[in-house]
Each structure stands twice: as structure tokens, then as C-alpha cells.
Design a protein around this ligand. Structure first.
Ligand SMILES: NC(=O)C1=CN([C@@H]2O[C@H](COP(=O)(O)OP(=O)(O)OC[C@H]3O[C@@H](n4cnc5c(N)ncnc54)[C@H](OP(=O)(O)O)[C@@H]3O)[C@@H](O)[C@H]2O)C=CC1
Ligand SMILES: C/C=C/C(C)=O
Length: 282
């Protein structure tokens, strides 16, 4: 959301996905009482023609049968972030059993999911995040093999300690990513998902030369937006649901209550206040 924010003109509704209940309908495809996910932005109520999105994600979609799981998961592990982890890791990094996968933003919605898929695929998994409490959750509850606290640890020596990396799932960009790229295996794969370390920058940073490791280790680095797999959307949702029901995929939500607290929740997420998916319950 933050990556697209500069495109939102002052005075326009800010972008965002929501789970909503249809309270009135003239469209038989969206009957009253149905729970949907829509890209309607920061609003309490929406009048929709069932088409059109803010960011090109799927048009409003009806949440499939998820049993007793909460509907809010359709904004996280069973929605866009879940599909970002599923397709972004499996399609671009193609992790194989026995390989080492490192992920930044590891305690966030996407990163915590990426690390667990890597474990499901039989990989050794290293997570980078900003607090020891987050690290404890990653290792003790989600099964990550190692954790690096990028705010506290000697970053380069820790990155080196767990190297080499066959796959890097990059949520943050910047210097952390440049360092990781220097410790990758021959033919390593990098999935560029986000660059949150730069979302609040107001000046252009000086770039580290990452071409040396890319060249000499013959790395493949590819960016993506999850919309690429819009035609396979429900494959991701169904697989993630199956993993949850099998006890292989865990999730956490950081829930803020009240529409009036939306901005505070958003700013807190950018500061690392969330673990797992940041949700606002209106
Ligand atoms: N390509 C695509 O299609 C998609 C890309 N994304 C991107 O994926 C990334 C993760 O998204 P998501 O899981 O929803 O994010 P989260 O909502 O989980 O939050 C982001 C986390 O990033 C960490 N962070 C913040 N600033 C920095 C920094 N300067 N350096 C390192 N880490 C930082 C914080 O945790 P900490 O305590 O560890 O600092 C924060 O909790 C984002 O970059 C997002 O833009 C998301 C969805 C789709
Ligand atoms: C679909 C979301 C994209 C980013 C970069 O957050």
C-alpha cells in the first residue's frame, strides 16, 4: 500500500483492501449477507458495481468456504499477502529441499508466510526482522531455523554466519538486501517483493554496487507484483487454507480497533509495530 501511496492525490480516498459484508444488493452474483474482499480504500461503506479495483488486484471476490477460520484472513494469509508469499517464493525462487532461504521483513504478513512455505518445502530458513520478540515467534512457533535482528545484531557477521543463501525473498530493499546478495550461492535466486526500507525516503539514496555478486555468482533477480497470478488466485488461497488446516501454516494478526485509528495503525506498521498482518476492525 505504502509503495503506491505517492500516486494517491491529496483529497482522494486512500487505497486499501477490506473484507466487507454485503448489506444490500441488486446483483445476483453478490447476494446480501455474502462476505467479500474489495479494493475500496479507506471507507466504512461502499456502493459498488462489482467491478473495478484501485490497484489492479482481482475485482471484488467472494470469500470461499473457509470453515471456522475468521473472514479477516482473506486480507492476510488467505488473501493478497498469502498469494504474494505463495507465488512470489515458489514461482521466482523455486526453492528445493535442502536449500537455504533467507527472507527479510520476516515477521510481517508476507515474510512470516514465506518462511513457513520454505520449511514446508524442506529448506533451511533464516528470517530477518526488527525485534527479539519477533525472532522468538519465528523460531519457536513458526519453525524458522535462524533469526537475525537487523536493528541490534552485527548484521554483516550474522548474515555471513548463516550463509550461503540459495534463495532470497526481499521485502525491504536497501543496505540489508545489498549485504545479503553478497552472500548468495552460485545460481542463487532473488525474488524482489518490496522495498519497505525506502518507502519513507525523501532523498535518493547512494546505491551499493550489487552487480559484482550478481555477475560472479550468476544470480537471478526478478521483481514481481502479485497481480501477475490473478488467473491462479484461488489456487493460492486453497493451498494456503489446506496448509492451515493441516497445521503446517500459522498466522498472527495485529488488530487495531476503530476506523478513526486507521492512520495510526498504518504508521505503526511502517515502524514495525505489527507482527503478522496488520488489520483494522471497523
Ligand atoms: N510485490 C507484491 O506484489 C507485493 C509486495 N508487498 C511488499 O512486501 C513487503 C512486506 O509486506 P507486508 O508483509 O504486508 O508488510 P507488513 O505489513 O508485515 O510490515 C512491514 C514490516 O516491515 C518491517 N520494516 C519496516 N521498515 C523497515 C526497514 N527500514 N527495514 C527493514 N524492515 C522494515 C517492519 O518490521 P520490523 O520490526 O522487522 O522492522 C514492519 O512490521 C512490503 O515491502 C510490501 O510493499 C506486499 C504485498 C504484495
Ligand atoms: C500489491 C502490492 C505491492 C506492493 C509493492 O506493496
Amino acid at each position: 500500500m505504502r509503495a503506491y501511496a505517492p500516486r494517491v492525490k491529496t483529497g482522494k480516498t486512500f487505497m486499501g483492501s477490506q473484507v466487507a459484508k454485503i448489506v444490500e444488493s441488486k446483483n445476483s452474483k453478490f447476494p446480501e449477507g455474502t462476505y467479500i474482499v474489495g479494493e475500496y480504500g479507506w471507507k466504512t461503506h461502499t456502493i459498488s458495481n462489482g467491478k473495478g479495483t484501485v490497484s489492479g488486484l482481482p475485482s471484488a471476490w467472494i470469500i470461499p468456504d473457509i470453515g471456522n477460520l475468521p473472514h479477516s484472513l482473506a486480507l492476510g494469509v488467505l488473501g493478497m499477502p498469502g498469494n504474494t508469499a505463495y507465488f512470489g517464493l515458489l514461482e521466482l525462487c523455486q526453492p528445493k529441499a535442502g536449500e537455504t532461504v533467507i527472507v527479510t521483513g520476516a515477521a510481517g504478513a508476507v515474510g512470516s508466510h514465506v518462511g513457513q512455505i520454505a520449511k514446508i518445502k524442506g529448506c533451511r530458513t533464516v528470517g530477518v526482522a526488527g525485534s527479539d520478540e519477533k525472532g522468538k515467534w519465528l523460531v519457536d512457533e513458526l519453525g524458522f531455523d535462524h533469526f537475525i535482528n537487523y536493528k541490534k545484531d552485527d548484521l554483516r557477521s550474522k548474515i555471513k554466519e548463516f550463509a550461503p543463501y540459495d534463495c532470497y525473498f526481499d521485502n525491504v530493499g536497501g543496505e540489508i538486501s545489498s549485504m545479503i546478495m553478497a552472500y548468495m550461492s552460485l545460481y542463487g535466486r532473488i525474488s524482489v517483493c518490496g522495498a519497505i526500507s525506502g518507502y519513507n525516503d525523501t532523498t535518493v539514496p547512494k546505491a551499493t554496487i550489487v552487480q559484482y555478486p550478481l555477475l560472479f555468482n550468476q544470480l537471478r533477480m526478478e521483481g514481481f507484483v502479485v497481480q501477475r497470478w490473478v488467473d491462479r488466485w484461488f489456487e493460492g488461497v486453497e493451498q494456503n487454507k489446506k496448509w492451515i488446516n493441516e497445521g503446517k501454516l500459522k498466522y498472527k494478526e495485529t488488530v487495531t480497533h476503530g476506523f478513526e485509528n486507521m492512520y495510526a495503525a498504518f504508521a505503526d506498521m511502517l515502524r514495525g509495530g505489527n507482527t503478522g498482518k496488520a488489520i483494522v476492525k471497523v
